[in-house]
Design a protein. Structure first.
Ligand code: SF4
Length: 402
């Protein structure tokens, strides 16, 4: 019991750090505390070689935007005009919320870099979802359209997808085209430059995986090819909640310097100038302002800060699923979508979003999670480079998120 209580108080401390004045920390740092948050304008970077400049902070839209219109107003004030949504987010309330805003403020459409995504793989289904998205969004075009959540480049490396992307551009419905990925990211990025119709990619990228040689080479290849890169899941949360002493020490270290560990984890990604933007879920104004403040380049991480983050990543590797799905899932001959289930656990345990966690699990296992209880995960566990206790975590997912 005592142990549980300690863990809980650590989590409470870390949560408090994130909420209590996080926005003001970096706003004050180097700029004077009197600077009003409304004066913040997030910097911009080129989106690959597309000729487009985007805000380095993108508003991730997995929340009920219909009921949170103020976040959109505040985002534009802060220069966060790169908005990310998807056909599947929050049962359509993400796209519909943006559509409601654009119906009311059509003059703002031109300044928003609007991204949506579709999970489908057949072009007729992609087109059907795109058309429905445009209707919900109250717009005739999206600035960037992603084939959502690919695991393998073969999902987009198809002549009919290439032809369809060109047709949608010709029709003026899509300005740029690409994919998002949080499984086998290294492979998907490494192969993307070979295709000549990928303008942008959104991928999991954070202080934990950015040092991997393979990932670094894949990011470089995309950058050299002029593909615009957006990092997501930059906090490096995993299926095991990290409430270690190390996380608390990290929080203390960064707070002394004027930023939260959350902001520090974003800063280390922004330091990689090959990354055009970070997409972050920002369902309320506190988080939005904290992230916008962090984007301002007013404070820099020291070499020791970077070492501390890297050491923390190494010492907590067993909390994190690196998305290398082909390793564990091939070991099970594809019998279970382990990486997706890990992502579901991450939503529950790191983001505290049980609904999204359950949706993710339901999507990954339409037949229901019971099958997980009867499976032998030993081969997957042996293949996992992070040393995750896959068997235990699969059982917990089946029991907690059914
Ligand atoms: S091998 Fe391990 S780290 Fe990689 S996706 Fe599977 S569970 Fe995650």
């Amino acid at each position: 019991m005592a142990k549980q209580k300690t863990g809980s108080s650590r989590r409470d401390f870390i949560k408090t750090v994130s909420a209590a004045g996080a926005a003001s920390l970096l706003v004050g740092a180097g700029a004077g505390p009197a600077r009003a948050a409304e004066e913040i304008k997030v910097p911009r970077r080129p989106f690959g070689k597309t000729g487009v400049q985007v805000a380095t902070l993108s508003l991730g839209g997995i929340f009920d935007i219909v009921s949170n219109q103020m976040v959109l107003h505040q985002a534009l004030k802060l220069g966060v005009d790169y908005w990310d949504t998807a056909y599947s987010y929050t049962g359509g309330r993400s796209e519909t919320g943006i559509g409601n805003f654009l119906a009311r403020y059509p003059q703002e459409r031109g300044r928003i870099f609007l991204v949506t995504k579709a999970h489908k793989r057949k072009v007729e289904d992609l087109e059907s979802e795109l058309n429905q998205s445009l209707k919900r969004l109250n717009t005739s075009y999206v600035d960037l359209f992603f084939v959502h959540a690919i695991s393998d480049i073969s999902e987009v490396d198809r002549p009919e997808i290439k032809a369809w992307a060109a047709k949608m551009k010709q029709a003026g419905k899509v300005k740029l085209f690409g994919f998002s990925t949080h499984r086998n990211m290294e492979h998907c990025l490494a192969e993307a430059p070979r295709l000549d119709f990928i303008d942008g990619i959104m991928m999991t990228y954070n202080y934990r995986i950015m040092h991997s040689q393979g990932m670094n080479a894949a990011v470089q290849a995309c950058y050299d090819a002029g593909i615009g890169l957006t990092a997501m899941k930059t906090q490096g949360g995993g299926p095991v909640a990290d409430d270690s002493e190390g996380e608390v020490r990290l929080a203390g270290r960064f707070l002394k310097k004027g930023f939260t560990p959350f902001q520090a984890k974003m800063l280390v990604v922004w330091e990689d100038k090959r990354i055009a933007a970070i997409c972050s879920q920002m369902p309320n104004i506190t988080i939005l302002r904290a992230n916008a403040a962090a984007s301002l380049d007013r404070t820099a991480l020291s070499a020791a800060d970077r070492r501390a983050l890297r050491a923390h990543a190494a010492s907590t590797a067993g909390c994190y699923c690196a998305g290398c799905a082909s390793l564990c899932e091939d070991a099970l001959s594809g019998a279970a979508p382990v990486a997706d289930i890990m992502r579901g656990l991450m939503y529950a345990r790191c983001h505290g979003d049980r609904n999204l966690a359950r949706q993710t699990l339901a999507q990954a296992l339409p037949q229901g999670p019971e099958s997980l209880l009867a499976m032998d995960f030993a081969p997957a566990q042996a293949a996992c480079p992070q040393g995750l206790p896959i068997a235990r975590l699969m059982r917990e997912a089946a029991e907690e998120l059914a």
